[in-house]
Design a protein around this ligand. Structure first.
Ligand SMILES: [Zn+2]
Length: 68
């Protein structure tokens, strides 16, 4: 039984990691975009791919086009 509960907790952990939404964060303007946003695709120089929570923690502003 103990093995099963360990396995379940690992699965939950893996799921929560997968759930973390990744955004394209522009370090110059402080705006962040969904990865599918056309502006995210055009942003190649100052953009880094981080999770949304981190982008917000950095004071990121959601894009007006895609909503972040
Ligand atoms: Zn956008």
């Amino acid at each position: 039984m103990k093995k099963i509960s360990v396995l379940i907790s690992i699965l939950f952990l893996a799921q929560s990691l997968a759930m973390a939404e990744m955004v394209m964060y522009n370090t110059k303007t402080g705006k962040f975009h969904k990865l599918t946003c056309k502006w995210a695709k055009q942003c190649t120089v100052n953009c880094i791919k981080i999770d949304k929570q981190k982008a917000k923690a950095k004071g990121g502003i959601p894009c007006k086009v895609c909503g972040g």
